[in-house]
Structures are given as C-alpha cells and as structure tokens.
Design a protein around this ligand. Sequence first.
Ligand code: 5GP
Length: 180
Amino acid sequence: MQKQKNIQVKDKTFTISIPESEIRQQIKRVANEINRDFAGRQPVFLAVLNGSFIFAADLLREVDLPCEISFVKLASYQGTSTTGSIREVIGLNIDITDRPVIIVEDIVDTGLTMAHMLETLQNQNPSSIDICTLLLKPTKLQVKLDVHYCCKEIPDDFVVGYGLDYDGFGRNTKDIYTIV
Ligand code: 5GP
C-alpha cells in the first residue's frame, strides 16, 4: 500500500519523517546491543506510558534475554527535588532492588522527565539503570543525561505517530511524522 506522505492530526499537518522500515531496523540494532550488554543477566524493563507502548512492544520482541517488563507513569506531587517538583513512579509492580533496570521511553527532549525518573528509581537501589529511547532531540537537552540506547536522534521539531501523540491523537500510525 502507498504510504501517506502527509497526515492531519486535529488542526495540524504532519509529514512522514521516519518510515516504519527504518524504525524496525533501528529497534533491531538497539535490541541487539541490549542482548549483548545484558547477556547472563535478567533486566527489568520499565516502559514509560503512554508514549512508549508501541516501542516497548516491538523492542521486547527483539530482546532474547530472560526479562520482565512493567508499565509505569510519572506523577507529580507537592514539594521540591533537585530537578524541580517531586515525582513518583506509579505502576511499578516489580521489586527492582539489585536488578538491572532499562527505562523504555518514547522521546527525550529536555531530559527532565528522565532526570526525574532516574532520581526516583535510585531510591529503590537497582544494580544499574540505563535509558533506552526511541527518539532523542540532542539540541534540546537541558540536563546532563547519559542516554545509553537511542534508536534515532532527530532535530528539534514536534513529531507524532508510532505511540507519540498530539493532544491525545495520532498515536496509531506505523510511521513517524514531523510537524509541517
Ligand atoms: P522531556 O522531559 O525530555 O522534555 O520530555 C519528554 C516527554 O515530552 C516525552 O515523553 C513526550 O511525552 C513529550 N515530547 C517531547 N517532545 C515531543 C515530540 O516531539 N512529540 C511528542 N508527541 N511528544 C514529545
């Protein structure tokens, strides 16, 4: 079937920027790196909802290690931390003490979400924490962050599709689209 070059999501037009075939290829590459780096270990994948649900599903099917996955969200509450407001990781139903953790994120932009997540998870004493992101906007990073696994670096433009939304819509495409 012919790919749709442009799509409309609510009031905005988006144009195709990362086709399904490239996403799949990059996920395989990253999964192979994880398979190599975590050989002999049993990592816990923490997929950050909502945006990473499709990425996590495709990534996990390329991982051939014994592993677990939990789908989590970051919720804010009153107070302060080194990276701003205090956040709590909700939905984590696996004990990560002394376990290698791999965070699965859709996109790292300013990096603040991942910085919060790292700070919160450290309290539970995992043996290691690595970040695995589908997309990274390197020019937008506001904090020092080690992103260990990245499928693709992209310019500073808003993207949708393959799990990523614009105002709740546009998650259900196989390709990734950039705002026009
Ligand atoms: P950060 O905390 O790194 O600035 O932002 C991370 C979150 O912002 C992502 O998990 C995602 O929900 C949202 N985000 C950042 N850039 C984009 C983008 O280009 N498109 C979409 N759909 N969400 C984005």
